[in-house]
Design a protein around this ligand. Structure first.
Ligand code: SF4
Length: 102
């Protein structure tokens, strides 16, 4: 299960290109693509396909658009956005059960 750290804190990330992205964790690839490198991950492909520039859209339009929804939808598939899985997947071992103080 993926628990979006930025989403849970109601945070977003705007990079120096003026792009609205969900968090700093995916920014490295966004910047690489801004420098002309091809997309390497699902986030990169979505970011290439769907406009997330605040120069041409409002925050709400981008939040309601296909980039953010594509990322969120991926969390319930076998192939979630790679960085989301790596950074924000909650594993069984992350759940601490305090049986010691019962
Ligand atoms: S890596 Fe994915 S799940 Fe984690 S904060 Fe960023 S968008 Fe949310």
């Amino acid at each position: 299960m993926i628990e979006c750290k930025y989403g849970n804190q109601k945070r977003l990330f705007i990079n120096h290109l003026g792009e609205l992205i969900p968090c700093c964790y995916v920014n490295a690839e966004a910047l690489n693509m801004g420098a002309g490198h091809p997309a390497k991950t699902l986030f990169g492909k979505l970011n290439t396909k769907y406009n997330n520039s605040l120069h041409t859209q409002t925050i709400q339009e981008i939040l309601d658009g296909s980039l953010f929804n594509g990322i969120i939808d991926s969390w319930n598939t076998d192939t979630p956005v790679e960085k989301c899985k790596k950074t924000c997947e909650k594993k069984e071992r992350d759940i601490f059960e305090d049986n010691f103080h019962e």
